[in-house]
Design a protein around this ligand. Structure first.
Ligand SMILES: [Zn+2]
Length: 294
């Protein structure tokens, strides 16, 4: 399977437009690489691609990735888009994918319901096929690739929140994806509020895991002075701590890559203790343009 990391950052990207934190300032000055928002392209044959989540940066991401350039006067090698939830960093790019080129759009019913808003009528439904995903039922978005979506602990999109949401609910609002071709099994889980025993069992034996690297610790936004929300409140398990992904996924035997990394995360500093700890545990960090073949 071939994967291209189109965007390795969480919502806001790196640098985020309104943020002057150390990471954002360093990215703005070119001291650390900038990152666009959350998206991955995947292909079994290297010809037809599936885009996992449509980031607000999708136009620039497609320009930067030759595999996604049109092969004819009008058209795209992108056969399908799959959405893992309704977050802005995962759906706003759909507004760029208008212009009447056919592709299939897969999401759970709950996520596709968000696209009933009038603005998304720019996607002509006689051209773009809206296909509901059923949890735990495999489907084939393009030739040679089988995908299964499954519930992971998560919350509804921020703009749908009313009062106090259940931040680790199991259901259609946040899914992980299991991708399989003839050669390998890959998991893509950019948002996950908790690493449950069930999830650990499910990952067993996979070749590659692309996992939620949003925050290093729960209180990160408060500590960096950039906000007051905890990782848990945003629906993201931290990397560190006894219940963090480093500890809870230590037994995973395949290749491990953090993705959906927030601009506040100290692992983005190459010389940080946190970066060293992540590397020592066998994880790497996704970056824009990263190519992975499994
Ligand atoms: Zn920042």
């Amino acid at each position: 399977m071939r994967l291209r990391i189109l965007g390795a950052a969480a919502g806001g990207g790196l640098p985020q437009w309104n943020c002057g934190c150390r990471n954002c300032a360093d990215a703005r000055d070119g001291r650390i690489p900038s990152m666009t928002q959350s998206s991955v392209a995947v292909s079994a044959d290297g010809l037809t691609w599936v885009v996992l989540n449509a980031s607000p940066d999708i136009r620039a991401q497609m320009q930067a990735e030759p595999a996604l350039h049109p092969q004819s006067l009008r058209g795209t090698p992108m056969g399908a888009v799959i959405l893992t939830n309704g977050d802005i960093d995962h759906i706003a790019g759909l507004l760029t994918l208008r212009e009447g080129t056919p592709f299939a759009l897969h999401g759970t019913k709950a996520t596709l319901a968000i696209l009933d808003e009038p603005v998304f009528r720019v996607l002509d439904r006689s051209v773009v096929r809206f296909l509901p995903i059923r949890l735990d039922e495999p489907f084939s978005p393009v030739e040679g690739l089988t995908v299964t979506a499954f519930a992971v602990p998560g919350k509804v999109a921020l703009f749908l929140e009313e009062e106090e949401p259940d931040t680790a609910a199991m259901g259609e609002q946040t899914v992980g994806l299991r991708l399989e071709d003839d050669d390998s099994v890959v998991f893509y889980i950019p948002g996950c509020a908790r690493v449950t025993d069930d999830l650990r069992r499910q990952l067993d034996g996979a070749d590659l895991l692309l996992f939620d690297g949003t925050v290093w610790q729960d209180e990160e936004m408060r500590r960096t002075g950039t906000g007051t929300k905890t990782g848990a409140r945003m629906g993201h398990v931290p990397m560190s701590g006894p219940d963090g992904s480093l500890a809870r996924l230590a037994d995973f035997a395949g290749r491990r890559v953090y993705i959906h990394i927030n601009n506040t995360n100290p692992v983005l500093q190459p010389a940080s203790a946190e970066r060293a700890e992540v590397a020592a545990a066998g994880w790497s960090l996704a970056f824009d343009g990263m190519e992975i073949t499994t």
